[in-house]
Design a protein around this ligand. Structure first.
Ligand SMILES: [Zn+2]
Length: 106
């Protein structure tokens, strides 16, 4: 599977769609309207012609990435020092019909 931001600067490749997408209710995810698919870092390939812009908040354990050209929130990654390995892909980048076929987990 491949998803991309609107201008296709950022693309993310992964093997298969998840069983559920996660509708996180934290203050930033509320604002972004993101629906997350959780993967291990090794399962995702991120390509960006122009590097993504990042945003950290709170304890800084995760970085939210967005395309600096079109502004789409594409994914989050753990900060280096956090010891976490999970990567989240914003499945709002997916075709709407495909997204609607996946149950949402609060
Ligand atoms: Zn873009």
């Amino acid at each position: 599977m491949t998803v991309s931001c609107h201008c296709e600067n950022v693309t993310l490749d992964f093997d298969q769609l998840p069983q559920v997408v996660r509708d996180c209710d934290c203050p930033i995810c509320n604002r972004l309207g993101a629906l997350w698919a959780d993967f291990e870092s090794s399962e995702v390939t991120v390509r960006a012609t122009t590097p993504t812009a990042t945003y950290r908040w709170g304890d800084g354990s995760y970085e939210m990435h967005h395309c600096p050209t079109c502004g789409c929130t594409t994914h989050y990654t753990p900060a280096e020092q956090s010891g976490e390995t999970g990567v989240g892909i914003n499945l709002r980048l997916l075709d709407r019909r495909q997204l609607e076929s996946i149950p949402i987990q609060a």
